[in-house]
Each structure stands twice: as structure tokens, then as C-alpha cells.
Design a binder for this molecule. Structure first.
Ligand code: NAD
Length: 420
């Protein structure tokens, strides 16, 4: 079936990945379309009053990809380029990611086409609350659970949890994850995605016999994921030599002072004007010679124009969908680059979101050590499964990860029948 509503480059990219994995799995034809195409989507209009009295209308989306294994789960993105096709692709990747790491969720994603930096805190609060208000009929702690993604954060989750709770008449912390600790957030959630990326990258460095303390890393994107990956790598002894955000990049062959960069970005809401390295562009940063290259911003930044030029030993995909399918083919021909695919590499975020949801439902809370120990054991188990699948199917690591996740979703759909 050719979808008419989701049509976009990113959606096509996710569909092509699905088709490849389904072929590898010899998936029966009658299952394919319903495992691939999202189950539901919502589009809502969110009018808000700006501080200057003007009323502006924003479009918001939510896609719930499949309902066969539990509630749906996925982030909420605030970015000017958000559209329904991108949100659908991100929901599909969430489904396969959750199934890959063994979480009882279908995938979901939401988004609003807005630049959050263009709004005041007051306007942002109106928008977050209005979006949740419009979504109330379609979400719930056992239906669909949101979390932060690009452009959203703990404070936005707090406003959304409050809006939902006021509607219900009692506190419902399990309606969102990635909340502040004071509202039922989990220890370790803020750093979970970036920490997970660094933990996995370290394990592949060890595999490749590259001494961790002599390794270098380059990170594109210095928000929640990129900055936390930098902090964790720095702690492991890896030297971070370049970082960037939407305002540009910084290179320092002697090593970036990660703590100073985090402090600066926290204070100024971006790296603009930081003096810790030589200025470079977001295109140049991807081509720097390093051991670990971490795209941690947008989709489709590694494409056919630069895939043959990147100079890293490990490509650790912290962002969702950073590598186009064309680039993937070119990278598969290069045995000097180990690609850790997004649905595995950035899964630490949803794993600890799951821990947060479980803690909220049980009103009991775990220590940071407990959270990280449990996270590490899921990542270690998943890594073994991905490597075994890669060997068994004689395929790329991305195909191995996708096929494991997709197979689990397909099996649940086959067992339940045509409805979920
Ligand atoms: P964020 O909003 O906290 O940070 C995004 C960063 O990317 C910012 O530093 C921003 O300046 C930068 N950026 C934006 N556009 C850019 C561009 N054109 N070039 C270079 N940098 C640019 O978002 P985040 O939560 O860190 O998410 C980053 C990526 O990680 C996204 O792909 C997201 O889907 C993925 N991800 C996030 C989580 C999570 O827990 N937050 C989990 C899994 C995957």
C-alpha cells in the first residue's frame, strides 16, 4: 500500500528499511503491510496567545504505530521541520527499538512544527499544555506515554503531566516519562540516552582493541543526548575533540573541555560564542578523523555525499535516522567503519523511560546505581543478540537489529489477529 498521508523522505526511508528486513526474515506477505504502516495518527490544531496578545495556531501530530504489545511509547519533538511523515517514521523506529530491547510497548511519536527558541517560557508552557489537552482523548498511562525528544525537556513533561492530571483529578505521573525527579521522574533518566550511547561505543572500542583512554570522539548535536554522551565518554577517558549544535561547531585537537562546554550551553541555551575550540561547520564536523563519530541531532546527515569521506572507526548513531539508505549501502562496503544502528545505539533513553513508568505505576523508586545496572544488562544482552543475528543472517548490523525488532512485532500481530 502506498500511504498518502505519511509521504515524506524520512517515512520512505523507514519503509525501505522495513522492506529489507522483512525480506531477510522471509516475512509472509499477508503480515507485511500491517506490521509496517502506522495504526493511528492524530493531527490537532493548538492555538495559543503570545505575550504580545496575538493568537497563533500550531499544528501538532501524534502517531501510534502499533497496539499489539502494550501501550505506545515515544517522544515529543518541537522543531520547525516536523511533519506527519517524519513523526510516522520516528514512531516506526520506536516500535522496532522497543521490541529489540524487549520492552512491552508499541512505538509512538509526536511533534509540533515550531522553533521552541522563538517562544518565551510562558508561550512554550501554553503550547505544551494545549497539545496535551488536545491529545487527552488518545493518551493515558496504559494507552500512550510521551517523553522528551528534540526541542522538549523535563519542564515541558512537567507541564504536560500537570495538564493531564488536572483533567483526571489526581496525579498521574506515569502519563509521561523524562519528568523532573520531584514529580516521579527516575534517577538516571536525564543522562540515559547519552550514557547508553557512550557505554555501547566503549564496548565496541574494546572489541576493536582500540584503547579507550587513547580514543577520540566527535559529536554533532549538543542537546540532551549529545552533551550527556560527551560527559560519559569524558568520564570513560575518551577524548572528545569536536562538538557542535545548530549554531555551529568547535574543534580542539587537545580535547574539548566538556564540563566547560556543558556549563556554557546550559547558561546560554546554545554553544554560540563559546571559545573552547576552533570554529567549524556542521558539515565539516562529520569529516573529522576520529575513533567514534556520534551524530546526535537531525536525521539524514550522513548521505551519499559524505558516506565515503567520513573518517571514523565507529559510527554511533545517537540521533534517529542519521544515515540515509544510500549512505548505508556505501558504508556497508567499508570494512573500516563499524556502524552501531540508531535503534540499538540510542535505546538507553526508552529503556530508562520504561524503568520510570514501572516505578511510577508501583510508586516505588530505585537508586541511580540500580537504574544503570539494569540498563547495562539490557544493553549487553541486546548487543549479544544483534551480533548473533548479524552472523546468522550474514547481514549488516542495522539489518540485524531491525530484523530482531520487526520479527517480534510481527509475531505479536500474527498471534493476536487482524485488530491491534
Ligand atoms: P535536544 O533538543 O536536546 O538537542 C538537539 C541538539 O541538536 C541541539 O544541540 C541542537 O542545537 C542541535 N541541532 C539542531 N539542529 C541541528 C543542525 N541542523 N545541525 C547540528 N545540530 C543541530 O534533542 P535531543 O533530545 O538531544 O535529541 C537529539 C537526537 O537524539 C534526536 O534525533 C532524537 O530523536 C534522538 N533521541 C533522543 C532521545 C532522548 O531521550 N532525548 C532518545 C533517543 C533518541
Amino acid at each position: 500500500m502506498q500511504s498518502s498521508i505519511y509521504n515524506s523522505e524520512v517515512y520512505q526511508m523507514a519503509c525501505t528499511q522495513f522492506n529489507r528486513a522483512a525480506n531477510l526474515l522471509n516475512m509472509e506477505e499477508r503480515l507485511r503491510e500491517r506490521v509496517k504502516v502506522p495504526k493511528r495518527c492524530m493531527a490537532v490544531s493548538c492555538p495559543i496567545e503570545l505575550d504580545n496578545g496575538k493568537v497563533v495556531l500550531y499544528e501538532g501530530f501524534r502517531v501510534q504505530h502499533h497496539l499489539a504489545m502494550g501501550p505506545t511509547k515515544g517522544g515529543l519533538r518541537f522543531h520547525p521541520k516536523v511533519d506527519l511523515g517524519e513523526v510516522a517514521a520516528l514512531a516506526m523506529w520506536m516500535s522496532w527499538k522497543c521490541a529489540l530491547v524487549g520492552l512491552p510497548y508499541g512505538g509512538a511519536k509526536g511533534g509540533i512544527a515550531v522553533d521552541p527558541h522563538s517562544l518565551s517560557a510562558n508561550e512554550l508552557e501554553h503550547l505544551a499544555r494545549r497539545y496535551m489537552q488536545e491529545m487527552i482523548p488518545f493518551v493515558g498511562p496504559n494507552t500512550d506515554v510521551m517523553a522528551p525528544d528534540m526541542g522538549t525537556n523535563e519542564q515541558i513533561m512537567a507541564w504536560m503531566m500537570d495538564t493531564y492530571s488536572n483533567h483526571v483529578g489526581s496525579s498521574v505521573p506515569a502519563i509521561v516519562t523524562g519528568k523532573p525527579l520531584a514529580l516521579g521522574g527516575s534517577e538516571g533518566r536525564r543522562e540515559a540516552t547519552g550514557h547508553g550511547v557512550a557505554y555501547i561505543a566503549k564496548s565496541y572500542l574494546e572489541d576493536l582493541k582500540i584503547p579507550v583512554r587513547q580514543a577520540t570522539a566527535v559529536i554533532q548535536g549538543f542537546g540532551n543526548v549529545g552533551s550527556e554522551a560527551a560527559v560519559a565518554l569524558d568520564r570513560f577517558g575518551v577524548e572528545v575533540i569536536a562538538i557542535s549544535d545548530v549554531t555551529g561547531g568547535y574543534f580542539n585537537s587537545n580535547g574539548i573541555d566538556v564540563k566547560s562546554a556543558v556549563r556554557y550551553a546550559g547558561k546560554h541555551r546554545s554553544l554560540k560564542g563559546w571559545r573552547g575550540g576552533e570554529s567549524i561547520t556542521n558539515e565539516e564536523i562529520l569529516l573529522i578523523s576520529c575513533d567514534v563519530l556520534i551524530p546526535a541531532a537531525l536525521e539524514r546527515v550522513i548521505d551519499k555525499t559524505n558516506a565515503e569521506k567520513i573518517q571514523c572507526r565507529i559510527l554511533a548513531e545517537a540521533a534517529n535516522g542519521p544515515t540515509t539508505n544510500e549512505a548505508d549501502v556505501l558504508l556497508a562496503r567499508r570494512d573500516d567503519v563499524t556502524t552501531i544502528p540508531d535503534i540499538f545505539c540510542n535505546s538507553g533513553g526508552v529503556i530508562v523511560s520504561y524503568f520510570e513508568w514501572v516505578q511510577d505505576l508501583q510508586s516505588t523508586f530505585w537508586s541511580r546505581e540500580e537504574v544503570l545496572d539494569r540498563l547495562h544488562s539490557i544493553l549487553d544482552r541486546t548487543r549479544e543478540q544483534v551480533e548473533a543475528q548479524k552472523k546468522a543472517l550474514n547481514c549488516t548490523r542495522r539489518e540485524a537489529a531491525l530484523s530482531l525488532g520487526i520479527h517480534r512485532v510481527a509475531e505479536a500481530k500474527r498471534l493476536r489477529g487482524l485488530f491491534p
